[in-house]
Design a binder for this molecule. Structure first.
Ligand code: F6P
Length: 326
């Protein structure tokens, strides 16, 4: 018998499509294994203020198809302080919660790691972020849906880009990671992607324009990853206006619409598998690990690895993009 009788579940940081599917899977797997489940609203903030509700199987009915998170989410400054974390710990004790499942991105897992170490408290993390920037997992929950949203938008922008024969810079999210930009560019047939991972090595804009760019085309779409390093779509467009004034340039920033919408089949399946695996991990006495997926196999990734290591982009994809966008 596991010593864990009651788990708490929360979502924190930026929401991602598929978080609800994960909440559903965690809740039902925990109940199946005889545990009590407590939903904690608004992430670490709700843990501190005590926004806790006991969940049953029906609490998570009819949510697998919904974007966002029924548990709400927040970015919590107080949890970054030892005093805030102590209040959170006292709350867990008072609620008789023996372990936590935390769903979120880098910030969420960083908070989980510090808290778990400080109070020797069992936490399992699920990678929920559209950015796909967590090390140790091929994909994160929400990434596939965000990619699908991006290609839907780019398809539409292409109609106007080609009608006006314009050069469009479309900014996508990713914080400081270029996964959405690079794979979004491949999937939408864009001409290029400008991503932070290689900004230090090469001037992607001049490489792109000076190596045969638009030889056979009158319009172009370039995906730019949001980041101070790339300068974002605005920064890149300003440069083009100065250095290559022959182009008729426009900018489109996709913004938060990338985070919304009903999760794709892939995200629902991923979230469900990972949610069930979180409970297996706790039953298996795993602590302070993130559930990852590598070559379709679920794996346990220590928090220290998931958040500390920069996840590399697949450089082959850059070359493929160059070849197929001729
Ligand atoms: O981490 C997810 C993400 O959407 C990033 O891509 C983006 O930089 C950030 O969150 C935006 O955060 P907020 O919604 O707090 O503005």
């Amino acid at each position: 018998m596991s010593a864990i009788k009651c788990i708490g579940i929360l979502t924190s940081g930026g929401d991602a499509p598929g978080m609800n599917a994960a909440i559903r899977a965690v809740t039902r797997s925990a109940i199946y294994n005889g545990m009590t489940v407590k939903g904690i609203y608004r992430g670490y903030k709700g843990l501190i203020t005590g926004e806790v509700e006991t969940f049953n199987s029906q609490s998570v009915s009819n949510i697998i198809q919904r974007g966002g998170t029924i548990l709400k989410t927040a970015r919590c400054m107080e949890f970054k302080t030892p005093e805030g974390r102590k209040v959170a710990y006292d709350r867990l004790e008072a609620e008789k919660i023996d372990a936590l499942v935390a769903i979120g991105g880098d910030g969420t897992l960083t908070g989980a790691r510090i808290f778990a170490q400080e109070f020797n408290f069992p936490i399992v993390g699920l990678p929920g972020t559209i950015d796909n920037d967590l090390f140790g997992t091929d994909v994160t929950i929400g990434y596939d849906t965000a990619l699908n949203t991006i290609i839907e938008c780019v398809d539409k922008i292409r109609d106007t880009a080609s009608s006006h024969e314009r050069l469009f810079f479309i900014e996508v999210m990713g914080r400081d990671a270029g996964f959405l930009a690079l794979n979004g560019a491949i999937a939408s047939g864009a001409e290029a992607a400008i991503i932070p991972e290689i900004s230090m090595e090469t001037d992607q804009l001049s490489d792109m324009i000076e190596t045969g760019f638009r030889k056979s085309k009158n319009s172009s779409i370039v995906l730019v990853a949001e980041s101070e390093i790339t300068g974002g779509a605005m920064g890149v467009a300003e440069r083009v206006k100065k250095e290559y004034p022959q182009f008729d340039v426009r900018v489109s920033i996709l913004g938060h619409l990338q985070r919304g919408g009903s999760p794709s089949a892939q995200d629902r399946i991923l979230a469900t598998r990972m949610g069930a695996a979180a409970i297996d991990a706790l039953l298996d006495d795993q602590r302070n690990v993130m559930i990852g997926i590598q070559n379709d196999q679920l794996v346990y990734v220590p928090f220290s690895k998931a958040i500390k290591n920069d996840k590399p982009i697949n450089r082959e994809l850059l070359n493929t993009l160059r070849i197929v966008s001729m």
